[in-house]
Design a protein around this ligand. Sequence first.
Ligand SMILES: [Zn+2]
Length: 398
Amino acid sequence: MTNQFTEKLSTQASTSLLSLAISPARVIRGCGVLQRLGEAIAHLGKRPLIVGGDRTLAMSETHLQPVLEQQQLEFAQASYGTDCSEASLKYLRKAAKEHQADMIIGIGGGKALDTAKLVAHQLQLPVVTIPTSGATCAAWTALSNVYSEQGAFLYDVPLDTCPDLLILDYDIVKTAPEYTLVAGIGDAIAKWYEASVSSGDSEQTLIIAAVQQARVLRDILFQKSAMALKQPGSEAWREVVDATVLLAGVIGGLGGAQCRTVAAHAVHNGLTHVCGGKSIHGEKVSYGILVQLRLEEMVAGNKLAAAARQQLLKFYTEIGLPQKLADLGLGNITLQELQTAAQISLAPHSDIHRLPFQVALEQLMAAMVSTTAPIETKETINILSTRGINKEGEEAQE
Ligand SMILES: [Zn+2]
C-alpha cells in the first residue's frame, strides 16, 4: 500500500508540474450520434477492445458493434467484472494483448470507464469513452480510481492525458435509471464544496478558474435539476447531463492534481470499506458533502456551513439525494463499522486533512450521524429563549 501511495504522490507531482490534461482531444455529443461516428472511431485504431460491464456490453451489441462492423473493425469485448480492481486490470491487459488490440473503447458508468482508461494508459493505447449514464465525469477526466474486488476504494491513478474521443450520446444516457443522474448531480456539486475549501485561496490562474467554474456548475444544477429529472430528454435534462458529464470534467482538468477533493470524497472512501456496493459513488459523495459541512459547523463554528447544509438538505429532498446513513442502506451500521469508516476517512494520506482545522475521530463520527440535525447555534437558542420558547419549540411555562 505504501508503495502505491508513494508512487501515486510522485506521479501527481510530476504531472502537475510538467503537463496539463485538461480535456479529451475530441468531444462529440448529440442524440443518436454514436451511429454516425464509425469513421471517427476507426481513425484511432483497427482492432478495438470494448471494455464495459455486463449491462453495458449487452448494450454495445445493439448500439456500438454494428457501427464498428460497418467500418470493418476487428473488435473483441471483455467485462471489467465487479470493479476497477487490480485483478480486472490484469485480466483486461491480457485480453487486450491476446486480441492484439490497438485501441480501447470504454462503454458504461464510472467504473467501466475508469477501467478502460487505465488499461489504455498502461498499454499506451488510444481510448474512446462512451458514457451510458450521467452519474460521473469519468468519461472526461485523466484519472482512474482503483478499488478492491469487494468495492473498497484503494487509490487513484493520474493518467497522462484525457481520452482521445468522448462520445456523449443522449439517446444512450436517457436509458439509464434516474438515480444515476441524481447521483451524478451530487458528485458534481461536491466540486464546489471541496474545491472552495482546498483551493479557494489559490493565486494560480487555472485553479481560480476551476473554483469559479465549480460555483457556476453548482448554480446550474440548483436551477435545473428538478426540471431535468421530471422530463428526461428535454433541453433542461441535456443541460444537466452536460453539467455532470462534461463541465464537472472541465473543472477536474483545469484544477488538476492540486485542486483536490476534501472531506466529502474522504468520507465516501471510508464508507466503501464498510458498505461496498450498497450505493453508488455520487450518492456516498452527496452524503459526504453534508458530513463535511457538519464538521465545518461543529468543529470550526462556521455559520455559513450550517446555512449551506440546510440549503442542501432542501435541494436533496427535492431531487432525492441521500441525506443520512439510512438513505445509503446503512441504517443498521454498527458503532464498530462507523468507527472503521471514520478511521479510513482520517488516514494520514486522506484529503480530509485539507480542511483548515484538525478533525478527531469522535468529531467525524458525530458529524456522520448528525447530517440532518437542525441548526443549533447559540444565537438561535438565545432568540428562542428571549421569546419564551424552549428548544423543543414549546412555550415555556411562566
Ligand atoms: Zn467523485
